[in-house]
Design a protein around this ligand. Structure first.
Ligand SMILES: *Cc1c(COP(=O)(O)O)cnc(C)c1O
Length: 496
């Protein structure tokens, strides 16, 4: 293997791993995130992708960036992963809405974009374990802001040799998201609510990975992660940027080589970082528009270079973006500064003081690629209503945030390129908020809201959500963040 294809920790270049090791481990032992130091060397013929179907684009990109897998092996793995799981023939269709384009990422088994990566990750992880000679049972720890948890369980449920444990913020997910998770079947799944917000849950999981006291858990158990801190989770998300670009070439919105801007509803910065990597691989992306809700820590950072997590945490109608510690920003800082000592120092400041400031040079590099804006709940609500009235298109709350910020961007940048808005969830995952945006009467609960929304709009209900009300609750645990380690330890003992 080429040394350049070696992953390294964002905090220490001497902590390296093969792609299989990085997928299996999830996070580097020093708390850094495994990343390829540069994408420039790969010399990728991206134009060759434009005539391919999505599965072939996937195989090309994943085998390039995860070189422990050759193209044929990757192609077989991907085909098996997506087989009859998505409700549309095209995994990620791009549709024209008004003068913009919407990249629909929610047609998978749990109706959120997380399905695209989490359909593939279990197979990637099992194959990686084999390549690394690891025969241990794998325990996948996952913090979720609502969508990763269910998508990860749909992927890992009943996969031999794996166990999956999901922590969600007790009051931080929608009723439908909660119902999806606590009804999950499978002998290898465990779901637990945490009295705290998503950041508490994610910090708890990261702490378990790097804690000395987990070494005993790891005897005969391999811990891993299904969050976007895992490179195996991030890589499949690069693919749909190429697929959307190819769709715009096909419908003659652009010619090959012309630039496209993407508006991405952002929380943990994983999805938008995948767009950055697509750009590094050659895709003609103009600006990546980072769209936040009222938790606008990234808007401020991208405008000023000052990252400050010490601010009120808002529970919004777009809960999957209620995040103040955006993990994958660390990868961007690493890739653009090429200075892992700097990244280690910034992350230490974030951890200990709650804030950091980057240099003007680095900020300018970032601003060259990214544009940022935010959207309140009121604006989200108006946007859903307007998009429905004007275009007959029903979007969810997260998509509405990206839509609203895309319009801000276009207004302030008249010379913008064609804009693709990433649609990350089905409106039926957040039916109460979407109903309210259409000025419809309030429904009694999430299930009634799904029915009302359908009656009002006639937009089809995804299968998994249509049958959700028949499922019984199986998971009841609620713990404090400082009990997470003990909770994992107890489960690990039962696993043995
Ligand atoms: C997770 C999620 C996001 C945010 O994606 P990140 O990769 O965390 O930035 C946006 N919308 C929905 C519906 C999500 O589930």
């Amino acid at each position: 293997m080429n040394y350049k294809n070696l992953y390294q920790s964002t905090r220490n270049k001497h902590l390296t791993a093969s792609s299989a090791q990085a997928i299996l481990g999830g996070i580097a032992p020093d708390g850094g995130l495994y990343t390829l130091p540069s994408f420039k060397h790969v010399g990728f013929d991206w134009q060759a992708l434009l005539d391919m179907d999505t599965l072939s684009i996937s195989a090309a990109i994943l085998s390039l960036l995860l070189p422990d897998f050759d193209k044929d092996e990757m192609r077989a793995l991907i085909s098996a992963s997506y087989q009859s799981k998505f409700e549309t023939d095209d995994l990620t269709p791009t549709v024209k809405v008004g003068s913009d384009h919407v990249l629909e990422l929610f047609h998978g088994p749990t109706s959120a974009f997380k399905d695209i990566a989490l359909s593939v990750l279990p197979r990637l992880m099992c194959a990686s374990a084999k390549k690394c000679g690891c025969e241990d049972e794998i325990l996948v720890l996952t913090a979720t802001s609502g969508d990763t948890g269910k998508a990860a369980m749909a992927g890992f449920g009943n996969v031999p040799g794996t166990h999956i444990m999901v922590f969600y913020p007790v009051d931080g997910v929608s009723a439908v998201q909660k119902a999806q998770m606590v009804t999950q079947e499978g002998s290898n799944v465990k779901v637990c609510a945490v009295r705290g917000n998503f950041d508490d849950a994610q910090s708890g999981v990261k702490h378990i990975f790097t804690s000395e006291s987990t070494s005993f858990i790891e005897q005969s158990i391999q811990l891993s992660s299904a969050n976007s801190i895992n490179i195996g989770r991030l890589t499949p998300q690069i693919v749909y940027y190429f697929a959307a670009y190819a769709a715009l070439v096909k419908d003659k919105t652009i010619q090959v080589g012309e630039r496209v801007d993407f508006s991405v509803p952002t929380g943990n910065f994983g999805d938008i970082l995948a767009g950055f990597i697509a750009r590094e691989l050659g895709l003609p992306i103009g600006k990546l528009i980072c769209a936040s809700n009222a938790n606008n820590v990234l808007t401020e950072f991208l405008h000023t270079g000052y990252y400050d997590r010490k601010r009120p945490f808002h529970l919004t109608t777009s809960p999957s973006m209620d995040i103040l510690i955006s993990s994958n920003l660390e990868r961007l800082l690493f890739l653009l500064s090429e200075d892992e000592a700097l990244v280690a120092s910034l992350m230490k400041q974030l951890n200990e003081q709650g804030h950091y400031q980057i240099s003007r040079d680095l900020l300018l590099k970032i601003q060259d690629l990214f544009w940022a804006g935010c959207c309140t709940d009121d604006e989200t609500r108006q946007t859903i209503g307007n998009v429905w009235q004007e275009n007959g298109y029903l979007c969810d709350t997260h998509t509405a945030v990206a839509w609203h910020v895309a319009q801000q961007y276009k207004q302030q940048n008249p010379a913008h390129n064609p804009v693709v808005i990433l649609s990350t969830a089905s409106p039926y995952k957040f039916p109460e908020a979407v109903l309210a945006a259409l000025d419809a009467p309030k429904a009694d609960d999430g299930f009634a809201a799904i029915r009302s929304l359908h009656a009002l709009t006639d937009v089809p209900i995804p299968q998994n959500l249509a049958s959700l009300h028949e499922k019984i609750q199986r998971h009841f645990d609620v713990i404090d963040p400082d009990e997470m380690l003990a909770y994992v330890r107890k489960y690990a003992e039962e696993m043995r």
